[in-house]
Design a binder for this molecule. Structure first.
Ligand SMILES: Cc1cc2nc3c(=O)[nH]c(=O)nc-3n(C[C@H](O)[C@H](O)[C@H](O)COP(=O)(O)O)c2cc1C
Length: 195
């Protein structure tokens, strides 16, 4: 598949439609290598990727449960079960983080977070090119200080997302995409002053 075809054919694969086998170490490494090709203003290298697999997935799920119970000690059983099952399906979860430099003279935190987002997109496209599926999710866990602490992050840092990675099960239908023309205009000069 050529690069354009790869970009144009990727769809997110929800975690429940991901299963074993995971990419082998060598292929995973190739996939991860694309992350550090993300644009990185100031060469700050703000990205941190935690690879969670095997038994560690269950431990991450327990952290999600503990975080939920800290946020809401009366959380219903269904919500607890949902957290406990979150990491059960995809064989690998990559926790993509930004270790934010707050005092850089030219590169504000948002640019460092965008760089991590670009890295995540590279990972997802690379995974697709190797025949694997992936899904990016955040939810309350990404903002939760207890979850962040588990990845050595402080308040200023960000979990940009959890990338679920594995082999797609059959059954995913292609998603209709909008016409990009709806989001593009030809800009030819300054906007007219408001009347
Ligand atoms: C930063 C970010 C966070 C997201 N978090 C969630 C999430 O927590 N739960 C969810 O169902 N989808 C989430 N999504 C959306 C999915 O990753 C995915 O983009 C969506 O299901 C559409 O699929 P597509 O990538 O094939 O267009 C998130 C997307 C982004 C960019």
């Amino acid at each position: 598949m050529d690069a354009m075809e790869n970009l144009m054919s990727r769809n997110s694969v929800p975690p429940k439609l991901l299963s074993e086998p995971a990419p082998e170490n060598e292929v995973l490494q190739e996939i991860l290598n694309t992350a550090v090709r993300a644009p990185d203003h100031g060469a700050i290298q703000p990205w941190r990727f935690h690879i969670v697999r095997g038994e560690a997935r269950a431990r991450l799920a327990e952290i999600f449960v503990e975080a939920l119970l800290k946020r809401d000690p009366d959380a219903p059983e269904a919500a607890i079960t949902k957290e406990r099952n979150r990491t059960k399906f995809a064989p690998i979860v990559i926790v993509a983080c930004t270790e934010v430099t707050t005092d850089h003279p030219n590169v504000p935190p948002v640019e460092q977070i965008v760089s991590t987002g670009a890295a995540v997109q590279n990972i997802m496209n690379a995974a697709h090119s190797k025949g694997y599926g992936s899904f990016l999710s955040t939810g309350k866990n990404a903002q939760d200080p207890y979850v962040k602490q588990a990845f050595n992050l402080t308040d200023k840092d960000e979990i940009v997302g959890f990338v679920y990675l594995g082999t797609p099960k059959p059954g995913l239908s292609a998603k209709p995409r909008p016409d990009v023309a709806e989001f593009c205009t030809e800009w030819t000069g300054a906007a007219a002053a408001a009347e």
